[in-house]
Structure formats: structure tokens, C-alpha cells
Write a protein that binds this ligand. Sequence first.
Ligand code: LLP
Length: 437
Amino acid sequence: MRSGGNERGDVGEVVLTTGYARVDGTLSCEGVPLDRIAGQVGTPTYVYSAAMVRDRYARLDDALAPLPHRVHYTLKANSNAAILRLLHELGAGVDVVSGGELFRAARAGFRGADIVFGGVGKSEVELAAALDAGVLLVNVESEAEVRTLDRLARARGVVAPIGVRVNPEVTVDSSHRYIKTGEKGAKFGIPFDEVLAVAQLVSDLEHTTLIGLDMHIGSQLFRLDPYLDGVERLVGLLRQIRGAGIETVRYLDIGGGLGVSYDDEESPDLRRFVHGLVPLVQPTGLTLLMEPGRFIVGNSGMLLTRVLYRKHSGGRDFLVTDAGMTELIRPSHYDAYHRIEPVASPTGSMKADVVGPVCESGDFLALDREMPEVNAGDLLAVHDVGAYGYVMASNYNTRPRGAEVLVDGDRFAVVTARESYDDLVRLELDHPEWRTS
Ligand code: LLP
């Protein structure tokens, strides 16, 4: 019998064909028990369900069907090559924010036309690489960037396709102030009242052309009105831009940010969302682009960690695990909640701080957490780490980054090997060359 699982609403006797569920008491990913993966690959290990990634992509793509659109998956959430290849097979485009992500996207098979290039601080080398790759568009965030692109494009004898990232200056209700981006005074985008002038500049310069308007208002969003307000403001701008005789805009990029459930939040209603979008976007004739990251991969990932010690101190129970802020920084950085449960059949109950091995008091996965009874040696699963998990991992305390595993049906494969100590010192020079000029 299967029970539990990641899909709220599918809990109980329902047989889950995707995601995570208990099979004969043991937590499993699709057809693979998680203790088998930990036994063969060790811990800490990130596990991803291919079926869940496929499911989320299809849900969003289907929901957007009433509009001409393309889903450009955001690499920053999880840039693992196996995930990228999977999304490439499904027909996704991508959104990249650095030369490194551009490199990864190309390696995974994405062509220039599949790629949107964004980011608040792109270097000249990165902008040149974007032009050389023939990206669909570069979302610019300042006038200076427009002028740099014009110069680089001129040198290459091309015209740079540009989207202007607008700060729509809407109020968002994201779970943490670090992941809001579209409010007045944010470092991102071009202030709303300066957009028309920048659009005019892009249109006037010989080697740039304005093909998109873009926004991204924040991450982990549940209320959809700020999105729709932002879109409305972008459409208003489009009208002014067209009114100024600029007829080249073809894309409306509304960014990422769709919230996912980490606890018992209700996922945004995609049908309602699209229902709200259609009357705004359809009359413009533009193709809608979205840049989701978390929505596609967030719930698909699980972090497997072993309990090293159980100890008691100052009236509290501590579970010291072999993963911590180096593997998942979200709890300490954003006060983020991630469900944690034993992989084996849960019994009893306790309240514990689940803490990592790193020498920092802020190194924890959960504080004051009610959970089943857990002891040293037990295997724990930390839920919903598919987005902003591995990509934000660090080597602090000279800790090698864990392995990444993809599960597909009843098979699994290591898709990123565990780092070795040698990997960690590979770039250090034992005999540095001293320079005096
Ligand atoms: N587009 C742009 C321009 C972005 O800045 C982001 C995320 C996305 C798309 C994708 O947003 P998503 O659909 O994943 O919400 N590390 C934080 C989240 C930072 C998000 C940064 N930008 C966290 O762990 O919650």
C-alpha cells in the first residue's frame, strides 16, 4: 500500500504514479526506495523525480495553451545537466543569467533561439557570448547595457535583440524580503517611468532592436493579482511604445515566481491565472514567455541525510545530520520551512532542532520541529529541495558537495558525482608564481 507523498490531496490510499510515497513503510521516489539510493550512493544526496519535473512542465505548458507562449525554464533554480536534457526533450526553452548558465544550456542541447538571457549585472564578455550564441533576446536592465550591446553587435555585424526588463513597481507578498524584486526602488529592472526613453533608445540605435518587454516581480508568489497588475502595466507601456511608432515588440516575458507548497500552502490556480492573463495579453498579439524555476523543479527534489548524533543540550533535543547549510541554505538564509521525515516507517514523536555539522550556529535544517522519533544512524528525507538546493550549496568547512541522483520509474542514476577532496583543491597552486609587475 502506498500513502503519503508530495502531492497534497493525493494522500492516503491513493496510488501515486509520480513523486514520493511510502511503499511498505519506506519512503520511495517513484519506484525506487530511498534507502537503496542512500545505501549505494551515500549521503548527503539530492534525489530528483523525473516524473514530477515532466508533470510540472506539462501542467504549466497546458495551462498556457490559450495563448501563444513558450516556457523558458530558469536555470538558476537547478542547472543539473540531466534535468536540463529532460526539459529540452519536452520542448522547453531556458532563461539564463550568466555566461556559465549559457554554457550549461548549450551543453544540454539548447540552441540560441531557445535562450533568454537576463540578469542585473551582465559583463561585457557575457553579453558578447549571448550575441555569439544568437540568443532569442537579452533582457536589459540599464541604458548603459543597451549602449554596450549596440557596440558589441556593431563589431559583429549583427543586430542585438533586446527585451527591456521593466520594474513594474507592484506590491508583492513573497514569503521573504530577499526574494521580492518588482517593488519600487529594487535593484532590478528599469524604473517604470524611464522605460519609454530606454525603449526609444533601443529602437534608435542602429545595432539594437526592441523585441520584448519583461518583468519578474518576485519568487514563491501565491497571490496572482500582482502578476496581473504587472502585466497590465506592461501592456500600458506597450501601447505607449507603439504609439511612439515602435512596432517591433513581439514578446511579453512575465518572469518566474509561481509559488510551490513546502508545508500546506495551496499552489496558485494556473487556470485562473491564465484566465486573467488572456484578456490582457491576447489583444496585444504578443507571444507570452514565462521563466519558472521553482514551479518546475521545487517539489521534485529530496535531500537524503544521515543522522550522525542525537544529543540533548539546554533542555533541547538535537539531531546532528550530515547535511546542513552547505547542502541547503534556505532554512538559515530565508527562514524557509522544509518538511523532514524519516525514510523508514515513522514511529513515536519528538521535538528537535535538526542541525548540520558546520561550525555556525545558523547551520540548521529545522528548529523546534515536531517529528517522529529519530535516532543516530537513521536516514532522513528533507522535502522540496529541487529548486535552490544544490545550486546554492557551498564548500564551507571544506565539505565536498553531495551527489545528485535522477529517478525515472524504477531506475535511478547518479547524474552528478559526489565531490572529492581532490576536486576541492584542484585550482589551488602549491607553487604560486609571485609577480612584482
Ligand atoms: N526570472 C528571473 C529574472 C528571476 O530572477 C528568477 C528568480 C526567476 C525567473 C525564477 O523564479 P522562480 O520561478 O524560481 O520563483 N534562492 C531563492 C529564490 C531566488 C529567486 C531568484 N530569481 C530561494 O531559495 O527561495
